[in-house]
Design a protein around this ligand. Structure first.
Ligand code: TYM
Length: 382
């Protein structure tokens, strides 16, 4: 009998069930990143990156084309974003860390969109003050990763709508109700702000081309839940005279509880960047693992890293060193490494990460304006 909780649902608004990434590629109509394409990206970047090496970034649209263009001397900009509906969690950082690496390697401009309007439309519990506050808080998390103002432009939808509106109405005229209804599952009870939002989220893919009057390719790193937006955006891009944006998409960092969901409604499943080290340690020590019922059984049979949230956190973010990760996997499977000590190893890595991240947040607190896309207002053709 199929468990209805196991049914896979992946939309920009909800991720649940047992995730089958092959099926997602099929359902969404994206492409898997194969070995050849991986090598091509590493060559363009001049360096390897563990998140791609480990296939955590696994899916794409037109990545091969955009790399070809880059090699031919037609460079791309990067676009990614955040819907500021709450504190940033560790999962959100994965596409941002990868984005930072890519930006540094190919030396290009990043447009980062804070869709505070989206979160206001979609969540009736959030006030305008809330989404503005989270915009600021989440921006600190982004900047704490070390982005530089010369090449980084943060767009806050509510505050910067004048810079987005012209492209947004061009997009909106080309996208029908039946398209957004079918793509996002909207119905008659959906508020009209939510129906309009896909037009706004399309804009940064074209913003650079529009501002400078030169069609410029754009690459979007994100998790695969955002793909419906790119389907709509790509559909209308050429009709507006722009390249279709390319995407490179990652898997989801799972929650720390059984079932793998990172859920804001279950605090223990998520580690926020603002958690105190003590709180984070408590969550790690209570995490779900792939361990056996008894120590004796585990020593004899070994544990299962494939279903273990702790192992996945090593893999996604905390153990970039392949040899170290392989050692953890080997000793886990052989029964040498028990779950208690394994968690004891993750906890200080997590605490160290949070302490450094929180200190970096403090340092950038008064520098947010340096990164604002408002700087581009003067460059916009009128
Ligand atoms: P949001 O705020 O839901 O998510 C921000 C980014 O984090 C990714 N993500 C994850 N990645 C790994 N593991 C997870 N558990 C996890 N959860 C979320 C998301 O895919 C996203 O890349 N509408 C968007 C905001 C946005 C945007 C964009 C995102 C506007 N323009 C362009 C990406 C690219 C949103 O609400 O993201």
């Amino acid at each position: 009998m199929s468990d209805e909780n196991d049914e896979m649902v992946v939309t920009p608004y909800e991720v649940r069930g047992k995730l089958d990434y092959d099926r997602l590629i099929q359902m969404f109509g994206t492409q898997r990143i194969d070995k050849k394409l991986k090598e091509k990206l590493f060559k363009v970047a001049g360096e390897r990156h563990f998140m791609l090496e480990r296939d955590l970034f696994f899916s794409h649209r037109d990545l091969d084309w955009i790399l070809e263009e880059h090699v031919k001397g037609n460079p791309f900009t990067i676009y990614t974003g955040r819907g500021p509906s709450g504190d940033t969690h560790i999962g959100h950082l994965v596409p941002w860390i990868f984005t930072k690496w890519l930006q540094d390697r190919v030396k290009t401009r990043l447009y980062f969109q804070m869709t505070n309007d989206e979160k206001y439309f979609f969540n009736s519990n959030l006030s305008l003050d809330d989404v503005k506050r989270y915009t600021h808080e989440n921006t600190l998390d982004l900047l704490a990763l070390g982005f530089q103002p010369e090449n980084t432009y943060i767009i806050q939808d509510i505050e910067h709508i004048d810079m987005l509106y012209e492209i947004a109405i061009e997009v909106a005229r080309k996208v029908t109700f039946s398209t957004v209804k079918a793509t996002f599952g909207f119905d008659n009870s959906t508020n009209i702000g939510s129906l309009w939002h896909p037009a706004i989220q399309a804009v940064p893919a074209f913003l650079h081309s529009w501002i400078y009057g030169k069609n410029t390719p754009c690459l979007i790193p994100c998790a695969i839940d955002q793909d419906p937006f790119w389907r709509v955006t790509r559909d209308i891009a050429e009709k507006l005279g722009y390249y279709k944006p390319a995407t490179i998409q990652c898997m989801f960092v799972p929650g720390l509880k059984e079932g793998g969901k990172m859920s804001a409604s279950d605090e223990m499943s998520v580690i926020y960047t603002t958690d105190t080290p003590k709180m984070a340690k408590r969550k790690v020590m209570a995490a779900f693992t792939g361990g056996r019922a008894t120590v004796e059984e585990q020593r004899r049979l070994g544990a299962n890293p494939d279903i273990c949230s702790v192992f996945k956190w090593y893999k996604f973010i905390f153990v970039p060193d392949d040899a170290k990760l392989a050692e953890i996997e080997r000793t886990c499977k052989s029964g040498e490494l028990l779950c208690g000590p394994c968690k004891q190893f993750l906890a200080p890595l997590m605490v160290d990460f949070l302490e450094k991240h929180q200190a970096a947040r403090e340092e950038v607190k008064d520098r947010v304006d340096e990164f604002s896309a408002a700087r581009l207002r003067d460059e916009i053709r009128r």
